[in-house]
Write a protein that binds this ligand. Sequence first.
Ligand code: 5RP
Length: 247
Amino acid sequence: MNEAQQQQQRQAAKRAAANAAANLIRSGMTVGLGTGSTATAFVEALGARVAAGELTVRGVPTSQASETLARRLGIETVPLGWESRPDITVDGADEIGPGLNLIKGGGGALVREKLVAAASRELIVIADASKEVPRLGAFPLPMAVFPFGWETACRQLTERFAVPASLRRQREPDGEPVITDDGLYLIDMSFGIIDDPERLQAQLREIVGVAEVGLFVGLATRAIVGQDDGRVVFSGSRRGTGSLLMP
Ligand code: 5RP
């Protein structure tokens, strides 16, 4: 199979997971809308159900991009607030590790994604099978940092953890820094293997200047993973549901 065919298969797997997640949404729900290509497929599937008159929902977007998309598709959007805590949030991930701990932030939206996920009654992570890993850490861990003094934060991160840390730029090696929807910079750290995500998250948060870490520990309740053969596999932890294969 060539590269283009692999991409096509991956896209179909993402769509299958996204459609399965959209079918779990019930009328009247407040739904957290993730960011990225898999979350986009979910918002499109949800929008199709809304347009068909099957559902009335409110969406809580995790980025300006998701908000624009949702509105274009006719999904009412509301900002995250106490009265608009999502019943379910559906979002993608860069890695899904043991216990449904995640690395997120490849698309730079980790701060809002984490705020919305943490406020939600349930976080369903959707992905193609390439995102499932036996241990987190091969994907560079994204972190949002304050622009002021970012170099000192970056230096402290490198020295404390002895792994490469780099500022995400619009163009490597010397383009302008990527700026998040919240006006933050992003630093990516190549850990290779993360054995204890909870401990690492706590250690990273001790560095002054780090606004949020792209480790999602204990937040996801279910995963829906699209397979190469078109099936989706449901798995759950904590409040989740065990494992179920869907044709
Ligand atoms: C954005 C994210 C995305 O969910 C993550 O990067 C996965 O994206 P995709 O579905 O395009 O592979 O965390 O900040």
